[in-house]
Design a protein around this ligand. Structure first.
Ligand SMILES: Cc1cc2nc3c(=O)[nH]c(=O)nc-3n(C[C@H](O)[C@H](O)[C@H](O)COP(=O)(O)OP(=O)(O)OC[C@H]3O[C@@H](n4cnc5c(N)ncnc54)[C@H](O)[C@@H]3O)c2cc1C
Length: 446
């Protein structure tokens, strides 16, 4: 997989040496994305004497962490009702976590282009408007700062805007800057990161790699969208692809028309929704569903983003900002994230086996992985805390269906969501959500 725009903007980083051979440590972390690195960082903050090694097949931030939309958001990672009575505590922890990441960046000198400008979700059809109003009505008691805005009140002037929903609990980041800065901060605290080291098997208190065997008191699986590639994990989290494009820097005349002064992250209420940010360099980076799910949960590693996917994102951009019609993407890239069968994230650590994990963030992993890192540090050091009492700790959702059911279900659902969006756009003034989307919701379990 090509590294994507964010990494390219920074240029290549000096490679870290692979694992030199067999090793014994206190904690072995598999994967150098946000989950692995936040866990490493917080473990070493809690106990600087720990020997922590990170094993990464490619490079720091190669996975979704270095190629995402850069929404450091407090969105709950999954449907609220499924977290039960602890959902509000999890919501509050997410809001605090946004601030905690900002604070850590300041303390560690990580310049991740972070601007806490909130999130604006826009509705551009009658059905989207009806859903967004319903969403605000049900979510407001849980996030009192969530407000419904009329078209003239929204900071971003999007074509066909009917209504927007805004919450201040989100920051825009340049994800590659954040993940690289985090790796360096962890190293300053004593972590050792080995790149170019493939983990073949995770066992009880041991990790088998292509470079040697690591024995450890704890092993943390932090491979989110790639987890299906590990033995025994094929049906744990569905690898879901998402693709992004970035424009060239846009001229001041465009921003004068569009606004976007507050740098809120921007999304819409379509079924196949998009997510966007105004970058520090005045580009728009926008993403949406990418390469379709691959049979057998195979991870896409072609490095290509299909021309059709790029064209679809370009047309979404032109729909929201007609001033950009005919604009071609300056960069396009894709990544893979992990989705649990119940669409809820989980974090856990089993003292009996020394196995720990976190993931299944379903596209909301930037803040959630940081919360996971702090939680795993508490679980591993045996520290009972507010974090270890949150409802996502120890969750074990059922596994995805075996093939071909998995492939059929996911492919059918995404075709249905696309059809539903087309129907709702055609009948732009109808407030009715297409019934096709409801069938898709049932298929995917959303
Ligand atoms: C295009 C895209 C846009 C997104 N936008 C957002 C967003 O705006 N906001 C948000 O909150 N979330 C977003 N997400 C989701 C978010 O990026 C992820 O949930 C999060 O980064 C997951 O972090 P992670 O560390 O768990 O996994 P990853 O970042 O994927 O890291 C896993 C690492 O494990 C390594 N690895 C895998 N297998 C092995 C092995 N066998 N041996 C050794 N190493 C291995 C990989 O190389 C990788 O570096 C997006 C995801 C994508 C793909």
């Amino acid at each position: 997989m090509q590294p994507g725009y964010w990494q390219a903007e920074l240029g290549p980083s000096a490679p870290r040496p692979p694992l030199p051979g067999d090793l014994e440590v206190d904690v072995a972390i598999v994967g150098a994305g946000f989950t692995g690195l936040w866990t490493t960082y917080h473990l070493l903050r809690a106990d600087p004497s720990l020997r922590v090694v990170v094993l990464e097949r490619e490079q720091v931030g190669f996975g979704a962490s270095g190629r995402n939309g850069g929404w450091l958001s407090a969105l709950l990672p999954g449907p609220r009702a499924r977290y039960g009575t602890g959902a509000d505590a999890l919501g509050e922890a997410m809001r605090q976590q946004v601030l905690d990441v900002e604070k850590t960046c300041a303390e560690e000198g990580i310049d991740a282009d972070l601007v806490r400008g909130g999130t604006l979700t826009v509705a551009t059809t009658g059905a989207q408007e009806q859903r967004l109003r319903a969403h605000v009505a049900t979510e407001q008691p849980h996030d009192p700062d969530l407000v419904l805005l009329g078209p003239d009140e929204c900071d971003v002037r999007v074509a066909g805007l009917r209504v927007g929903a805004f919450t201040p609990h989100c920051a825009r980041v340049q994800p590659a800057k954040l993940v690289r800065g985090l790796a360096e901060a962890a190293e300053r605290r004593g972590a050792v990161i080995h790149e170019g080291t493939t983990v073949r098997e995770i066992g009880t208190r041991r990790v088998v790699t292509d470079r040697g065997v690591v024995r450890a008191g704890w092993v943390v699986r932090a491979t989110e969208g790639f987890t299906a590639g590990l033995p025994g994990q094929r049906r744990t989290w569905l690898p879901m692809n998402s693709s992004m494009i970035a424009t060239d820097p846009l001229p001041q005349a465009f921003w004068d028309e569009v606004g976007w002064e507050g740098r809120a992250t921007l999304g819409d209420e379509a079924h196949v929704y998009c997510y966007a940010q105004r970058t520090a360099g005045d580009r728009i980076a926008i993403g949406g569903r990418g390469i379709p799910y691959r049979y057998g949960s195979r991870t896409d590693d072609s490095g290509e983003t299909a021309r059709a996917t790029v064209a679809e994102l370009e047309s979404t951009l032109a729909r929201l900002f007609p001033q950009l019609a005919g604009t071609h993407a300056a960069a396009a890239w894709s990544g893979v994230l992990g989705v649990a069968r119940d669409w809820c994230a989980s974090v856990g650590a089993d003292p009996a086996t020394g196995l720990a994990w976190a993931g299944g963030y379903a596209g909301d992993g930037v803040t959630t992985s940081a919360l996971a890192g702090r939680t795993l540090a508490d679980l591993i050091t045996g520290t009972a805390s507010d974090l270890t009492a949150l409802p996502w700790v120890g969750r074990a959702p059922r596994r995805w269906e075996p093939e071909p059911l998995r492939w059929l279900g996911v492919r059918t659902a995404y075709a249905a969501y696309r059809l539903a969006d087309r129907v709702e756009t055609t009948h732009v003034d109808s407030a009715r959500t297409s019934p096709v989307a409801r069938i898709a919701d049932r298929l995917t379990g959303q």
